[in-house]
Design a protein around this ligand. Structure first.
Ligand SMILES: N[C@@H](CCC(=O)N[C@@H](CS)C(=O)NCC(=O)O)C(=O)O
Length: 225
């Protein structure tokens, strides 16, 4: 049985959970990190010596680094679908996954922290505008890339859409004025039609505490929503 270790509302854990669900995998979620603890145990160090989440165990095989885990799951369980069989198409998928981590994730997550995770009276409008501009600049490149494609690698959904889809959800749901990005917006709407995206990415923004599950409340109390 596949084990996924982490908090299901943590930005680096969400891509792994989304991938596992796109692939229809059976897995157990081992709550870890933050107040769920477990990262400082010797048993966890055997799985991830960095003592960070996410990590997985697939039988005797342990793996860490979120996007490496997404690639592994897609290569092993989604060869020819989520992991493109054409080696050059797979390289393009890999390229956009790396780009998501190196260019897009940072400005968007800091924009998220500066807005959603900062009390309204403590928010810094200049910092927010700067991060919004940086996020927009990065996503403009993705917008150009998507001008003639439904998904990052072409006509079908692949692992390349997973990290960027997680970034897009945060970007489109922080309260800032966003200049238009028509192709990214159309792609985001396409992702929003996918049940696994709706269930595991779109529901963790924490807008209405009355509707949260006990798990969401536990995660929110440690500020991870
Ligand atoms: N590059 C790593 C980053 C992992 C990371 O920063 N994980 C954070 C949560 S998003 C963590 O483990 N924080 C400690 C904790 O949650 O207790 C990855 O993508 O997996």
């Amino acid at each position: 049985m596949l084990e996924i270790w982490g908090r299901p509302y943590s930005s680096n854990v969400i891509p792994v959970i989304w991938a596992a669900n796109e692939l229809g995998l059976d897995y157990t979620l081992q709550l870890a990190g933050g107040s769920f603890g477990k990262l400082d145990t010797e048993a966890y160090a055997q799985i991830n010596p960095n003592r960070m989440i996410p990590a997985i165990r697939d039988g005797d095989f342990a793996l860490w680094e979120s996007l490496t885990i997404v690639r592994y799951l897609c290569d092993r369980y989604g060869a020819g679908t989520l992991s493109p069989s054409n080696i050059q198409t797979r390289a393009i998928a890999d390229q956009w996954m790396e780009w998501s981590a190196s260019r897009a994730f940072g400005p968007v997550i800091y924009l998220f922290f500066a807005t959603v995770r900062t009390q309204p009276d403590q928010r810094d409008p200049e910092k927010i505008a700067k991060l919004r501009d940086e996020a927009h600049e990065a996503l403009t490149l993705l917008d150009q890339h998507l001008a003639d494609k439904a998904y990052v690698c072409g006509d079908s959904f692949t692992m390349a859409d997973i990290p960027l889809g997680c970034v897009a959800y945060r970007y489109f749901n922080v309260e800032v004025d966003r200049p238009p990005l028509p192709n990214v917006e159309a792609w985001y709407q396409r992702l929003a039609e996918r049940p696994a995206y709706r269930d595991h990415v779109m529901r963790h923004f924490g807008t209405n505490p009355d509707e949260w599950s006990a798990l969401e409340k536990a995660c929110a109390s440690e500020g991870v929503l």
